[in-house]
Design a protein around this ligand. Structure first.
Ligand SMILES: Nc1ncnc2c1ncn2[C@@H]1O[C@H](COP(=O)(O)OP(=O)(O)OP(=O)(O)O)[C@@H](O)[C@H]1O
Ligand SMILES: [Mg+2]
Length: 233
């Protein structure tokens, strides 16, 4: 059986026979504020601490300092894993890219070159891209279907396990191109219950492994995620 990469969310990996098959390209999809970035970072942080795996977090949306602060507030201090987890943001990428990224295609080419070079030098196991909508804007993807197809193909050849933070609408009939291209989809939702909002997580798709398709309530106690089954959905 293919080795698995754990989400390290207590209770979730058992729902997909141990985790995500290594090498998969998986979407972490949800509306704003559904804790997509936290779920993504949690994978890197805990895989570094518990599984001795290396990770690269490319944050295109949120600045590095803001991300590091947010994660520290959720019990995941970057200083604990700084040799294993590399976080780069737009400002950092711009420093490396400015001057060269003059025409339409070159931004994505330089992005790829950066990820490739770091793969050779740092040999990371897990890649996070946060987020796909911003990547699309920067890469000026004109032919979305074709451009995404080739981008996903390139990611698979990179030989890492990739998590891409994606946008989702709450309309279940609305399906994005990337939903077909991805090997897996972990979807995050917000559900209003009276005055309260509860967060839910569902494994919508995971190629190559049996998985539960039910909804789970996802909570964070300031230190770690906690999962419980949603009944009556
Ligand atoms: N200590 C905490 N415990 C639980 N939830 C928190 C805590 N601190 C912040 N949050 C929640 O985390 C959410 C933001 O998390 P995160 O940045 O991971 O979400 P996101 O889905 O990536 O958001 P965005 O769409 O803005 O990128 C906030 O909306 C806030 O409700
Ligand atoms: Mg985010």
């Amino acid at each position: 059986m293919r080795p698995k990469i754990k989400t390290c969310i207590e209770g979730l990996d058992e729902q997909m026979t141990g985790g995500i098959p290594q090498g998969h390209v998986v979407l972490i999809s949800g509306m704003p504020g559904t804790m997509k970035s936290t779920v993504a970072y949690n994978i890197l942080f805990n895989n570094a601490k518990k599984e001795n795996k290396k990770g690269l977090y490319i944050s295109l949306e949120q600045g590095r300092d803001s991300l590091v602060d947010h994660m520290a507030g959720l019990g995941m201090a970057h200083s604990e894993v700084d040799t294993q987890v590399n976080i780069v943001d737009m400002a950092y990428l711009r420093l490396n890219m400015d001057g060269e990224a003059s025409d339409q295609q070159s931004w994505i080419d330089i992005f790829k070159m950066y990820a490739d070079t770091l793969k050779q030098n740092f040999d990371y196991d897990i890649l996070i891209i946060d987020s796909l909508p911003v990547l699309e804007i920067l890469a000026k993807m004109n032919n979305r279907r074709e451009d995404l197809f080739y981008f996903f193909g390139w990611l698979r050849e990179l030989d890492v396990t990739t998590f891409i933070v994606a946008e989702a609408s709450d309309d279940p009939t609305h399906i994005n191109e990337e939903d077909f291209l991805a090997d897996g989809i972990i979807r995050l939702k917000k559900e209003r219950q009276g005055y309260d909002i509860s967060r839910q997580i569902v494994i919508d798709k995971m190629r190559g492994t049996k998985h539960n398709t039910g909804y789970f309530t996802l909570m964070h106690n300031g230190k770690e995620f906690q999962l419980s089954r949603v009944f009556g959905v």
